[in-house]
Design a protein around this ligand. Structure first.
Ligand code: PLP
Length: 380
């Protein structure tokens, strides 16, 4: 209401965006935070700041939201998929090095479900090959790797505050970095290429308008007051749920790496082994769960097989940038068999379910046990 009444709805005249940036940077232990319109914008601005452009390759996981690869494709760069680690659902850091080519310009790991990708190995490969790292932390608010907040380990880290996320302003995003130079480029790029003052009609580069509004920032400042408490509820419930689900044959909760000292639990993910449920297909299992009052989903389908990828590769712009031979070579390399399997076995619960009471977690485990007991009948 204060923003509404003071009439300064745009950040250039207001103070809320600035206050949110200072608060979020302090909470995460980063030198700079730039709030932006949404997570996709954060990724696009970050790739721009690193100069990723036509003809470049960016290493990405195939198990992520489409925005991760859309941001790469929009630069007319190729997302090169590194297969998934079946147990953790994260990018398999052991397979990054084999995917590097002379065109590789950046590594873009995702902290899937708010749990950390294997940052020790990712940063080691990045250092060895002198590649910058952008962390897609869009699901990872307050998540940690060895006590350090996710988004602050690479060169740049990106957040989303879209309505489904653990920190929600309807739409919103942020870029975290310790680099004075990179934040300056991101700031300019997200403000139509304006110079340091951020005002007026003089420009230092090509840019876009990816600015956050004062309304979004005011919501975020308020939401921040309960983020820590909600994160603790999710952690407690997730730990309890894991202790329950581990006992059920055929249910394998996603494992956290030892270095992941805190997960944001944006999703609770497990693998479903139908052979322990009388061969009942996953789709049937999901329906049975819904009938028990536990809505869950099968999650992502393989991004490296998305028709949108093929369509983009065949677009005029891409054909002009990449010789046919390059595209053919890319297609030949584009296989992620582990991820294909994961996409068939995964089951997700949303973060909001982890804000419930302990009895709610018991209900989830009871539903799965009940379905397992009657799996023979259900799959008949
Ligand atoms: C939500 C999300 C994004 C995109 O964020 P928007 O705010 O919706 O643009 C990017 N990457 C991942 C992994 C996400 O979950």
């Amino acid at each position: 209401m204060e923003v509404l009444r003071n009439g300064r709805w745009n950040r250039l005249g207001g103070s809320y965006a600035k206050r949110f940036e200072e608060t979020w940077a302090r909470m995460l232990g980063a030198r700079h935070c730039l709030a932006v319109a949404n997570g996709t914008s954060a990724l696009i601005a970050s790739l721009n700041a690193l100069g990723v452009g036509p003809g470049d390759e960016v290493l990405v996981p195939p198990y992520t939201f489409v925005a991760t690869i859309n941001a790469v494709l929009i630069q007319h760069a190729l997302p090169v998929f590194v297969d998934t680690d079946l147990e953790t659902f994260q990018m398999d850091a052991g397979k990054i090095e084999a995917a590097i080519t002379p065109r590789t310009r950046c590594i873009l790991p995702v902290h899937m479900a708010g749990s950390a990708a294997d940052m020790d190995r990712i940063l080691a490969v990045a250092r060895k090959h002198k590649l910058p790292v952008i962390e897609d932390a869009c699901q990872a608010h307050l998540g940690e790797w060895r006590g350090r907040k996710l988004s602050t380990l690479g060169d740049l880290g990106c957040f989303s505050f879209q309505a489904s996320k653990n920190l929600n302003s309807g739409e919103g995003g942020a870029i975290l970095t310790n680099s004075d130079e990179l934040v300056e480029i991101c700031n300019s790029f997200h403000n139509n290429g304006r110079g340091k003052s951020g005002m007026g009609f003089s420009y230092v580069r090509n840019g876009a308008n990816l600015r956050i509004t004062e309304f979004q920032a005011a919501l975020l400042l308020e939401q921040l007051t309960r983020l820590e408490e909600q994160s603790r509820s999710r952690e407690d419930n997730a730990a309890y749920l894991t202790s329950q689900l581990r006992e059920i044959p055929g249910i394998s909760p996603a494992r956290l790496y030892d270095g992941c000292t805190r997960s944001a639990w944006h999703l609770y993910m497990f693998r479903y082994d139908k052979t322990r449920f009388a061969g009942m297909p996953r789709e049937r299992f999901l329906k049975a769960m819904a009938a028990e009052g536990i809505p869950c989903s099968g999650g992502y389908s393989p991004l490296n097989k998305e028709p949108l990828l093929q369509a983009t590769l065949q677009s005029r712009a891409f054909q002009r940038v990449f010789p046919a031979r390059e595209i053919a070579d890319y297609q030949a390399r584009n296989t992620c068999p582990v991820n294909d399997r994961l996409c068939q076995e995964a089951v997700w619960l949303t973060q909001t379910m982890l804000l419930g009471a302990r009895q709610d977690m018991d209900q989830i485990a009871q539903a799965i046990r009940k379905i397992q007991t009657h799996a023979g009948l259900l799959s008949a």
